[in-house]
Design a protein around this ligand. Sequence first.
Ligand code: NAD
Length: 503
Amino acid sequence: MTATPDVELPDARTVHNPATGDVAGTVRWTDPADIPRIAAGLRTAQAQWESRGAAGRAKVLARFAVWMGEHRDEIEELLIKETGKSATDAVQEVPMLIMIASYYIKTMEKALAPETRPAALPFMAVKKVEVNYRPRPVVGIIAPWNFPVANAMMDALGALAAGCAVLLKPSERTPLTAELLLRGWHDSGGPEVLALAQGAREVSEAIIDNSDFIHFTGSSRTGAKVMERAARRLTPVSLELGGKDPMIVLEDADVELAAQAAVWGGMFNAGQMCVSVERVYVLEPIYDQFVAAVVAAVEKLKVGAGEGSHFGSMIDQTQVEVTDRHVREALAAGARALTGGERGEGNFYPPTVLVDVNHSMSCMTEETFGPTLPIMKVSSVAEAVRLANDSPYGLSASVFSRDVKRAKDVALQLDAGAVNINDVVANLMCITAPMGGWKESGIGARFGGADGMRKYCRQETVVTPRTNVGAGGNYYNNSLKSLKRTTNMMTKLALLRPRRVAK
Ligand code: NAD
C-alpha cells in the first residue's frame, strides 16, 4: 500500500521526468479492491488519534513540519524530477506547507474546542448550549499533479489536525513526492492515520466509496463525477476545481506593476496553476503601454528544466496539446502571437502573449492551464466586468488601479471566490480567509482559519440543563390553558424587536 515499491512488482509503474524523459522513479499502484481494508485500518487508528486531543496531535504535526524543513532539498529534488518544474517554481511548496502546519499548531486547540453558544430564545435560558467539533473518521483526499507536494498535504494537514485519518491519492502523473512525505510522517512518529493509495480513476472511486468526507482538487469535469459518486452514500464533498482567472487593468494602474504581475501570474509553473492569470482586460488608454511592458518582460524569461530557468516543462503532451489548440484556434480566428505561439521541444511550450483576442476564442473561455497570456482591449470598466464574469468559472481574479477604493468597487462586482488588488495569487497565502471557487470552480473552500480544520468535523450540539430543576417543559402534563398562557407571553416578548424595527 504505502512503501516505495520494488521495480519487480507486477503493478509497479515507472514515472518519467516530463522535462528530460529520464526515469524519475517507480511506484506501485494500489488494487482498488484493497481500499476497504486500508480504510478500515485507518478507521481503527483514527479513534486513538482523536483521543490524543488537539495538543497531542499538534506535537506530531510539529515534528512533521520539522522533518519537512530538514528534508526540503530532498523533497524539491524529487518534485523537480516528477513534474519537470524549474527550481524557481519548486522552492515554493515545502515552505508553504510548513507555514500552514505552523498556523494549525498555533490555532488548533482553540479552533477545535467546544464552543458555548447563547441560548438566544429567552425561555431556553435554563439551558447550556455547547457545540462540539467531532472529526469525520476517514477523509479521502484526491489531488492533482500541478503542485504535488502542496496539493497532497495542505488539505491533509487540516484534516489530521482535526483528528481525522487521511487516505490520500496523489495524481497518477506525480505519485512520488507523496511517498516521500508519507515516509516523513512515519519518521516523525506519526501514527497510521495517514495512508496513500496510488492509481487513477478506479482507486479514486474506491476511496470515495470508503471515506466519510472527500476533499477533491482537480478539474471541474472530474469534480462533477466525484460529487455524483459521493452522492451514492451521501458523503459530503469539498471541491477545489478549475479556473479562468481574469485580470482587469484600469487606466490609472501602475502599468509596470500590472505587467510584471500578469507575466508572473500567467507563466508561473508553466501556467499550470488553478489561480493563474488566464486572461487580461485592459482599459484602452493604457493598452499599448501595458502590452509593450508585458512583451518586454516575457522576452526576458528563460524556459528550461531545473536551475537557471523561470519555468519548466508542462506535465505531458495532453497539456501541451490543450495549450497549442487554444493558441492555434486563436491565431486562425485573427489573434496575433507577440511572443511564442508554437509548441517547443518535447513537453515545453514557450511563453505566448496573444492580442486581438475575443470571447469567440477558446483561449478566452476555456481553462488553458498553459503559459499563455491573452490580452483584450476594453473601452470601459463595465465592459471589463461583464467580460470577466462571462465565464462558467469563478475561482479568483485581480484588479489593478492606483485608486484602491475604486479597485475594491470593481472587485465586488466580480463573480469570484477571491479578488487580489494590485497583486495576483496573494489570497492563496491568506490562510485565515477561505479559498474556494464560485460557479464551476468549486464547492466549499479550503483554509479560512478555524474553518480549515472544522470543515473535516461534524458538529455535535450538546444541550445541558443549567439547574437540576428538571425538564424545561412539562411535556404532556401541561393543560391547553397554561400552554396558551406561556406561548402568548413568549410571542409577545419575541414581537418586541420586530415591532420596534418595523416602525
Ligand atoms: P483531474 O481532474 O484530471 O484529476 C485530479 C485527480 O482526480 C487525479 O488524482 C485523478 O487521478 C483523479 N481522477 C481522475 N478521474 C477521476 C474520476 N472519474 N473520479 C474521481 N477521481 C478521478 O485534474 P488534473 O489534471 O490532475 O489537475 C488539473 C486541474 O486541477 C485543473 O483544472 C486545475 O485548475 C485544477 N486545480 C484546482 C485547484 C484549486 O485549488 N481550485 C488547485 C490545483 C489544481
